[in-house]
Design a protein around this ligand. Structure first.
Ligand SMILES: [Zn+2]
Length: 259
């Protein structure tokens, strides 16, 4: 076992036995890791952190063999608890969604400083009162892009026709269809029709793909386009998840996203 120190977002914690905690972290240097923190529930005062979800900490842990059980975390020191985010229920609900999504969609122990930076930027967006919904759309697009899951939005996935208009998004086919192909696929195999995707929505997706997070802080989007994007990106995320996320159920319950 070797010791390692890294920055880590708390994704999720579980009580373990009498006094310990199991935690899923997304770390800067090791990707997603699972750790056990012994005795923490008895002695929270020893730590500068209560290990709350989406808090950013510096952790010291003893690494086990790759893929083996749990790493033992012996020090946790809070860097940023994102208090501003915790004081705003909508921002808090979206921050919970970000870490929930990473916890369920990202493979264990695959380091990506890009993904770590994305989560950090997205949390900063929420902390600086950027629109949580818009932050979520940007987060989803960038996350899919980094994981190689981004749907095809430039050309019809069947006939390769560039920039089709109108375009229909087919979740299971991983991208957009032109009107012709949409008509044929809907009639041919009885598939459900794709979701109409406006030119504005496609332009927003392309803009997000090629811009840095810093450039996107003040990007504007109309309400209709925002709703379209929410529908397709949420549906696309669900398609890649084993089950519905609790954070999504909460967002729906609070009316922060459409059911
Ligand atoms: Zn086509």
């Amino acid at each position: 076992m070797s010791a390692a120190k890294t920055e880590a977002f708390v994704l999720k914690t579980y009580d373990y036995r009498d006094t310990s905690l199991l935690a899923h972290f997304y770390t800067k240097d090791f990707g997603k890791i699972h750790g056990i923190i012994k005795g923490v529930r008895d002695a929270r005062y020893r730590y500068g952190s209560t290990l709350e979800p989406f808090s950013l900490n510096e952790i010291l842990f003893y690494r086990r063999r790759r893929g083996a059980d749990l790493h033992q975390v012996t020090q946790v020191e809070v860097i940023n608890n994102f208090q501003e985010v915790r004081e705003d229920l909508e921002a808090l609900a979206y921050a919970s969604y970000f870490v929930d999504l990473i916890n369920h969609i990202v493979e264990i122990e695959e380091p990506s400083t890009g993904l770590f930076g994305l989560l950090k930027d997205a949390m900063q967006f929420l902390a600086t009162k950027a629109s949580p919904r818009r932050s979520a759309r940007i987060f989803e697009v960038k996350l899919f892009e980094m994981l190689g899951l981004m749907p095809e939005i430039r050309a019809c996935v069947i006939c390769q026709d560039l920039g089709p208009s109108p375009a229909y998004f087919q979740v299971g086919m991983g991208g957009i269809l032109c009107q012709n192909c949409q008509g044929r696929s809907a009639a041919g195999d009885g598939q459900t029709t794709g979701i109409f995707l406006s030119r504005g929505a496609i332009q927003f997706l392309e803009h997000v793909r090629r811009s840095s997070m810093k450039e996107l802080l003040n990007v504007k989007v109309s309400q209709e386009v925002g709703e379209e994007l929410e529908k397709i990106l949420r549906r696309f995320a669900d398609f890649h998840l084993p089950r519905k996320l609790h954070s999504v159920t909460f967002l729906e319950k609070m009316g922060y996203i459409a059911r």
